[in-house]
Design a protein around this ligand. Sequence first.
Ligand SMILES: [Cu+2]
Length: 178
Amino acid sequence: MAALTVVVLLLLAAVPAFAVNYIVGDSQGWSTNVNYDNWASGKTFNVGDTLEFQYSPLHSVAEVKESDYSSCSASNAIQSYTDMDTKISLTAPGNRYFVCGTAGHCSQGMKLSVTVAGSGSPSTPSSPGGSSGSPSTPSNNPSSPTTPSTTKNGAAGVGGRGVLISVLLAGGGLALLG
Ligand SMILES: [Cu+2]
């Protein structure tokens, strides 16, 4: 138990506090027919986070200027990648633009723009998915001690019967006498 706790703490310590690695498109990866505006919306990208593009050899990643992003041109790419698993470090605040270099793919939706938030606002400490286990006390109820049942009622019953018997005997005695 103690060893497990140590391992968990080491794992947590190994992950930089607020850096997030975003798999672009999540399970769909970097592909056609994915709406990356939708994917990026609602996400906050911070300095130190990473974008990871996972794609087949049919695709590539080209980081481009905003104007080339708008016109879907990859010919003036700032940087191009074809390794099918491209990790882009978001090292500074500002906008970053990516398109697929394969002809026609950008216009089919393979384009992504992200806004990297300023480093001034640290992201809220997201709770790590790890179970911050509430130590569930194994409460196997020890059976409540049975209170010794009072024998008063029983004794009274016996007493009552005794009285009844006495009355009957007395009655019998009176009958005999009568
Ligand atoms: Cu493509």
